[in-house]
Design a protein around this ligand. Sequence first.
Ligand code: BG6
Length: 521
Amino acid sequence: MNETIFSSTSRPEDVKDTLRKVPEPCAVVIFGASGDLTRRKLMSALFSLTCEGLAPAEFTVIGVARTKMDHDSFRERIQEGIEAYGRIKPDDLCQKWPDFAESLFYHQIDYDDPAGYEALVELLTGINQERKISCNNLFYLATPPSLYPIIIKQLGRAGLAKQTKDSWRRIIIEKPFGHNLASAMELNEQVHRVFDESQVYRIDHYLGKETVQNLLVFRFANAIFEPLWNRNYIDHVQITVAEEVGLGSRAGYYDTAGVMRDMVQNHLLQLLTLTAMEPPAEFNAISLRDEKVKVLKAVRCIRPEEVGQYTVRAQYRTYRDEKGVAPGTETPTFAVLKLFVDNWRWRNVPFYLRSGKALPSKVTEISIQFRHVPHLMFPLPPDEQLPPNVLGLCIQPNEGMNLRFETKIPGAGMRTHPVDMTFLYEQDFGKGTLPDAYERLILDALHGDASLFTRSDEIELAWSLVDPILQGWEGRQAPALAFYESGTWGPGKADEFIQADGREWLYGCSKSRIDAKDCSD
Ligand code: BG6
């Protein structure tokens, strides 16, 4: 069946340049500089920003870690990382690697030793004087989370959190932000002892994805969808974040986190808030985050004794054989949650959240299933009804969206078939035009725009929803952990769970599951 393709009427380049603002001169200081995140993501993002002409003048990047290394070995390591993982490679058309490398420094530190921070102050002061720039600093915590309180305290002690009217200091804090509500609250307190909330940028890289931001544009820059965006027209919403990969080499972290802390508490709840929120009056950090917080406050809490009714948890069958996991571990690698947002717009509309590792493919999508037509004039066999319309917001891969609706199959009778009207980023905006999430988020932090970062109250609310579920799963009355084969869509229990509500898992961004219905007499 042919599909209809949306096409843009004017090219985005026409407007892009008016939005390209370069941040003020500053130094980015990355703690955890010898780690994987720095090598794979952060440096690639900073290099891409440089190549795109979006990095500040006299841009300086200082990597800080415990490993002993000189500046040149650090530069080599970073170059290899960018060559392997970067969107823009040093040998591509961008000729800026030599300048970028010259602005890269390494500083060895023992995280709890004040002397290392005093030496960092000296290094920063020297660079600022040489480059004649003011001391604007963006600190990035990319270390194991247990080090966050130590580094934050030492930054405060060294005077590195202080701002003046001519210079700013900000801090990006990687996830996981806390392990549960109590630890997140404690960490917020430790942060606020040193930094004002306006200086703090808690990162969730899903908010940096173009397709996630596009949810806001789709909903609030178009007049035709918002009137339908409520309980009168929407039957339910499914948010799926599926991953093909298993545990990899992350047992140390993952086996104590599991899918709930690793994916649901942050990425999936962020997708839920953007899908369910009311239109903010303005696009700024306060209005946007206020609306997201309202959604989290309206989400009905699943109490520990209700986990059997509203959740499924499972583990892929070979997980316990993975290197580094605890013997007999019960850590779930797959979860389904049924949540309700108790407000006028969403009352009684279920939001099914589903995430797992070792599934058949990597796909993140939000499927909005609309209600069935109230009355069908075309005859169908008894007990059959036409599939309802589904809007698939395709976050990744195949970034774009699909609107599924019924059409008449040409020829005699009234046979209908669902078709997809599809928009693909790649098709309209070109291949490779989507920046990595970290590029967008670091640039926003350099500009001082916290709209796409998580506020302290938001993170605590998210934990307050997740905590009772974890208690239920870990408690004595916990329903038994289910198991699934790697490469399948989770345990049979997940299918039974949604089928019990008379629904099916949707694949709004793939066409494989469409069946024709015969509506002829
Ligand atoms: C991270 C999780 O936050 O997100 C990982 O810790 C997960 O376990 C990753 O693999 C998924 O991110 P993305 O952008 O690849 O969907």
